[in-house]
Write a protein that binds this ligand. Structure first.
Ligand SMILES: [Zn+2]
Ligand SMILES: [Zn+2]
Length: 292
């Protein structure tokens, strides 16, 4: 485990740096883990997996400490820049109504995907899956430290997606026809919706958010604090979506099956094939409306 996080007294009044905020969160992980170990000893109950892995060193394949990490802000800005270029280039090739259909499809599609992902990442045993384990550990520690998403700088919240974007980008490039305007807009929006989902989640944890964040929450375009609080109540088994419009669908699917293998399979399939499906839907609709 790392050293206890401290802030240099000579710069006590300076706002904490991004690294110091991350260090303080990791120090909190250590404190909570120590308490959990003590409680497990006294009760004789087995220690939950998030505490077991918080005592191990993280590796490329296996989940462990540090749970919170400083992300590359530069990579976030590069991803955002190229996605914006892709959206603009694609939108210039298609009808404005088709662009609007892409946006609508991605709002619903992203929210549904965020629900599947969250169900999978919250499952305790998935911490043991290679590569996938670390984000599962981070998600499960968010239940123990709900203010982590507010304490971190937003660029680090978006940066939590850096590795996933790196893995998925070549897959999408291979599967999508990047001369197709709809594919360009949908491909670019995938990243922006993911960042918007992070913003929606963060806003749900802010007591006094901005006026426009409140407006989006009040109009059902971001998850409300009240709705997201329902997810934070143990056993964390409702309201998984990060925007919230697909929560009834995900909750209904969970009444059909809670089988973890089925949910992990659904997550893998949806991660790879979602955009291809969305492009086909929007292309078909545009053709039907004769606006392509
Ligand atoms: Zn959760
Ligand atoms: Zn939360």
């Amino acid at each position: 485990m790392c050293k206890e996080a401290t802030i240099n007294p000579s710069i006590k009044n300076a706002p904490p740096t991004r690294q110091q905020k991350i260090d303080l969160l990791n120090a909190r992980v250590q404190t909570i883990t120590k308490k959990a170990i003590q409680e497990a000893k006294e009760s004789g109950e087995p220690l939950a997996l998030e505490f077991v892995h918080a005592q191990k060193q993280m590796t490329t394949l296996t989940a462990g400490f540090p749970v919170y990490q400083l992300r590359s802000a530069l990579v976030v800005y590069i991803y955002a820049f190229f996605s914006t270029c892709l959206i603009i280039r694609g939108a210039l090739m298609i009808h404005p109504l088709t662009t609007a259909m892409c946006v609508l499809t991605m709002i619903v599609g992203y929210d549904f995907y965020s629900g599947i992902l969250h169900v999978v990442f919250d499952h305790p045993s998935n911490i043991s899956i290679p590569i996938l384990g670390q984000p599962c550990l981070e998600f499960q520690w968010h239940h123990a430290i709900p203010f982590d998403i507010v304490q971190k700088d937003f660029v680090d919240v978006c940066g939590d997606l850096n590795v996933a974007v790196m893995i998925l980008t070549p897959i999408y490039c291979a599967m999508l026809d990047l001369n197709n305007g709809v594919a360009m807009v949908i491909g670019g929006l995938k990243l922006w919706m993911a960042y918007f989902g992070q913003f929606s989640h963060k806003s749900a944890h802010v007591t006094y958010g901005s006026t426009w964040a409140k407006w989006l929450q009040n109009h059902g375009l971001m998850i409300s604090t009240k709705e997201h609080k329902a997810h934070h109540k143990p056993p964390h088994d409702v309201d998984f979506c990060l925007i919230g419009v697909c929560n009834p669908i995900i909750d209904a699917l969970r009444t059909l099956t809670n089988n973890n293998r089925i949910w992990v399979s659904l997550f893998c399939i949806w991660s790879v094939f979602d955009l291809v499906g969305y492009v086909k839907v929007v292309d078909a609709l545009a053709q039907f409306l004769q606006i392509s």
